[in-house]
Design a protein around this ligand. Structure first.
Ligand code: NAP
Length: 296
C-alpha cells in the first residue's frame, strides 16, 4: 500500500493542509541566496519544475522571489510562496507589520504560507504573533499559517493559547489552526517526537537542510544507497524526505544542482533502504531553537 502510494510521487505531488489549500511537496529554499541572483535562480527552479519557493523576511530576497513569480508564465495559483516573520522581537505588532511588508516587498496579492521563524520572545510574544497571523489569514493576506523551529513544549503551549484565542475572539476556529511546521529534518535529525505531534493534528512537516548542506555525502549510511540506486546523495536524501511524507526544501544557486535536486521521481527507496536511513542520532547542521526554554 505504502509502495503504491510512493510510486505515485511526482514533481506535482501536493499535500492538503488544515487550511484546505494544497502545498507542493517539493520546495525550493532561498536561504543565503543573494538578492542579485535570486530572481534568476528562482526562474531556473520554475523551469526545472519546482512550484514552491521558501523565503523569509530575514533572507532579504522576498522582492526578487516575487519578481520571478510575477515574471513567470505559470499561473499564480500554481505557485506557492512562503515567507517568515523574523524571530527577534516577536509580537502582535511585529507580525502584523511583517505580513504587510512581505506583501509589499514581494508585490504579491497574497502569501501562500506565513510562518513564525522561531519561538523566541516568551509566551505573550508568541501568542500575539500567532493572533496576528490568524487575522492575516482571515483577511486573505495569507492563505496558510504555521511555525518554524517550535519544540513540542512550544507546540503544546500553542494549543492552550489557541483555545484562549477562540474564547477571546468569539468561538471555534477563531484561534487558528497550524497548517505547517518547518524544522531541520533529515536522517541525522529525524525529529520523531515533533513528526508524531504533527501527524496527529494534520500539520504538514517541512524539512529544512534536507541535504544537510551537502556535508554528509560520504556518510556510511548514505554511500551504499548512492551506489545501489546510481543517484546522488542529494537525490537519495530528498527522496527519503518525500517518502517520509515531508516537504523538503533543498536550496541551490547552482543551475545543474537545481535540476539534480528535482530529479527524484525515477526511482524509489524500498523498505530496507528507508530502514538504513532510520538513524537514532541528534546531529544538527543548523541552529535548533526547538530546545529554547519557554521563557526565552
Ligand atoms: N526555518 C529555518 O530556520 C530555516 C533554517 C535553514 C534553512 N531553511 C530553509 O530551508 C532551505 C534549505 O536549507 P539550507 O539551504 O540551509 O540547506 P540545504 O538545502 O540542505 O543545503 C544547501 C547547500 O547545499 C548545497 N547543495 C545544493 N544542492 C546540492 C547537491 N545536489 N549536491 C551537493 N551540494 C548541494 C548548496 O550549494 P549551492 O547553492 O552552491 O549549490 C548549499 O550550500 C533554506 O534555503 C531555507 O529556505 C529554514
Amino acid at each position: 500500500m505504502l509502495r503504491k502510494a510512493m510510486s505515485k510521487l511526482t514533481i506535482n505531488s501536493t499535500l492538503r493542509m488544515n487550511s484546505g489549500y494544497e502545498i507542493p511537496m517539493l520546495g525550493y529554499g532561498v536561504y543565503k541566496t543573494p538578492a542579485n541572483v535570486c530572481e534568476d535562480v528562482v526562474t531556473k527552479a520554475f523551469e526545472a519544475g519546482y512550484r514552491h519557493v521558501d523565503s523569509a523576511a530575514g533572507y532579504r530576497n522576498e522582492e526578487p522571489c516575487g519578481a520571478a513569480i510575477k515574471k513567470s508564465s505559470i499561473p499564480r495559483s500554481q505557485i506557492f510562496f512562503t515567507s517568515k516573520v523574523p524571530p527577534m522581537q516577536l509580537s502582535y505588532d511585529s507580525a502584523s507589520a511583517q505580513v504587510d511588508a512581505s506583501l509589499k516587498l514581494s508585490g504579491l496579492d497574497y502569501i501562500d504560507l506565513m510562518l513564525l521563524h522561531a519561538p523566541y520572545g516568551g509566551r505573550e510574544a508568541r501568542k500575539g504573533a500567532w493572533k496576528a497571523l490568524v487575522e492575516a489569514q482571515e483577511a486573505g493576506k495569507v492563505r496558510s499559517i504555521g511555525v518554524s523551529n517550535y519544540g513540542v513544549a512550544h507546540l503544546d503551549e500553542m494549543e492552550v493559547y489557541i483555545k484562549e484565542l477562540e474564547k477571546e475572539r468569539g468561538g471555534e476556529g477563531k484561534g487558528g489552526k497550524i497548517d505547517v511546521g518547518q524544522w531541520e529534518v533529515h536522517p541525522w535529525m529525524p525529529r520523531r517526537d515533533i513528526a508524531e505531534w504533527c501527524k496527529k493534528r494534520g500539520v504538514v512537516v517541512e524539512a529544512f537542510c534536507p541535504i544537510v548542506r551537502g556535508k554528509r555525502m560520504d556518510d556510511p549510511a548514505l554511500v551504499p544507497l548512492i551506489k545501489k540506486h546510481r543517484k546522488t546523495g542529494a537525490q537519495i536524501l530528498i527522496r527519503w524526505s518525500l517518502q517520509k511524507g515531508f516537504v523538503p526544501l533543498p536550496k541551490s544557486e547552482t543551475p545543474s544542482r537545481i535540476v539534480e535536486n528535482a530529479g527524484v521521481y525515477d526511482f524509489e527507496l524500498d523498505t530496507e533502504d528507508m530502514k538504513a536511513l532510520e538513524l537514532d542520532v541528534y546531529e544538527p547542521c543548523a541552529w535548533d531553537p526547538t530546545v529554547a526554554a519557554l521563557e526565552d
